[in-house]
Design a binder for this molecule. Structure first.
Ligand SMILES: Cc1cc2nc3c(=O)[nH]c(=O)nc-3n(C[C@H](O)[C@H](O)[C@H](O)COP(=O)(O)O)c2cc1C
Length: 260
C-alpha cells in the first residue's frame, strides 16, 4: 500500500484530474476509482486518504455513499474530501463526512458535465475551458500543499437543506432521464461506452450501443463518445460535448493507478 491514497469518482474527468494533480504533488499515491471497487479496501496503513467527488443534483452521485462504506480507513490517517461542481457545491461533502470523518475539505468549480441541463460553459465564475482547467490545477496544487502540511479545516462544511431535498428527489429523476437516452446511426459499435459505464448498463446490440435503465447519470458514455452518437433529450443534441481536456476515456477504465 502506498503512503497516500485517493478515492475518486469521475464522470467527465474533472475529479480524476484533480486527484491526479494532487497525487503528482504528494508522490507515492494510489488513486482508486470508487465505481471500480470490487470489494472492501483496507487503507488503514495509509498516511493520507483523500476523496474527490462531483456534485450531482446537490449531493453525492448515486451509489457513491455505498461505495464509501466499502473503505476500511483508520482515524489516525489524515482524511480529506474535495467536491468538484459547476454552479453550487451542494451537500456531498457533508454526506461524505458522515461516513468518513474528514479533517479537511475543499471545493473546486469547473465546467458542467450535465449536458441536458446546462451547457458545459456554465460554471462559477464563468471561465473558458483552458482558464477553468488552469484554475482547477492551481487550486488542486494548493490543496496538495495543505495535505502535505496536514492542515485542518476550521470552518464547518456548509449545509443547505434545499440541496438535501434536491438530492432526495434525484433517484426518481435519474430513473426518468434514463429513458431519454438515444443512440444514433453514427454509432460505430466501438464498445468504449460499454467499458466506461460504471453500472454495466450498456451492451452492443445489432452493431449499435444499447443503453438500459440502470443509469446513475455520470454521462461518461455520452461525453466521451468519439462519434457523438449518444444523446439524452433534445438539448443535448445541440450542445457541445465536454470532458476534461487532460483526461482520456482509458484513464477512467483503470481501477487503480499509482503515481510516484
Ligand atoms: C447528473 C449531474 C448532475 C449535476 N448536478 C450538479 C449540481 O447540482 N450542482 C453543480 O454545481 N454541478 C452539478 N453538476 C456538474 C458537475 O458537478 C461538475 O461538472 C463536475 O466538475 C463534474 O465532475 P466529473 O467531471 O469528475 O464528473 C452535475 C453534473 C451531472 C452529470
Amino acid at each position: 500500500m502506498s503512503q497516500n491514497v485517493i478515492f475518486c469518482f469521475s464522470g467527465t474527468g474533472n475529479c480524476f484530474h484533480i486527484a491526479r494533480t494532487i497525487a503528482g504533488k504528494l508522490g507515492d499515491t494510489d488513486i482508486f476509482q470508487l465505481d471500480r471497487l470490487s470489494g472492501p479496501v483496507d487503507v488503514r496503513d495509509a498516511k493520507t486518504v483523500g476523496f474527490v467527488v462531483p456534485c450531482h443534483a446537490g449531493g453525492l452521485p448515486l451509489g457513491v455513499r455505498e461505495m464509501l462504506k466499502k473503505i476500511d480507513f483508520s482515524f489516525s490517517s489524515y482524511l480529506y474530501g474535495i467536491c468538484s461542481y459547476s454552479g453550487y457545491p451542494g451537500i456531498g461533502l457533508k454526506e461524505l463526512s458522515k461516513i468518513i470523518p474528514i479533517n479537511y475539505w475543499a471545493q473546486i468549480s469547473h465546467h458542467c458535465s450535465c449536458i441536458w441541463l446546462f451547457p458545459h460553459t456554465l460554471m462559477m465564475p464563468a471561465l473558458s475551458v483552458e482558464a477553468a482547467q488552469k484554475r482547477s490545477e492551481e487550486l488542486a496544487g494548493k490543496i496538495a500543499d495543505d495535505v502535505i502540511a496536514r492542515k485542518f479545516s476550521e470552518k464547518e462544511i456548509p449545509y443547505n437543506p434545499l440541496n438535501a431535498l434536491e438530492s432526495k428527489a434525484w433517484p426518481a429523476l435519474v430513473a426518468k432521464k434514463a429513458k431519454d437516452f438515444s443512440v444514433s446511426a453514427r454509432c460505430i459499435a466501438c464498445g468504449q461506452c460499454v467499458k466506461l459505464c460504471p453500472k454495466g448498463n450498456i451492451r452492443i446490440v445489432n452493431g449499435r450501443a444499447s443503453i438500459g435503465t440502470d443509469c446513475i447519470q455520470c454521462l461518461r458514455c455520452l461525453q466521451f463518445c468519439p462519434e457523438e452518437a449518444i444523446t439524452i433529450g433534445s438539448a443535448s443534441k445541440k450542445r457541445e460535448h465536454y470532458h476534461n481536456p487532460a483526461v482520456r476515456a482509458a484513464d477512467l477504465m483503470e481501477s487503480c493507478i499509482h503515481i510516484d
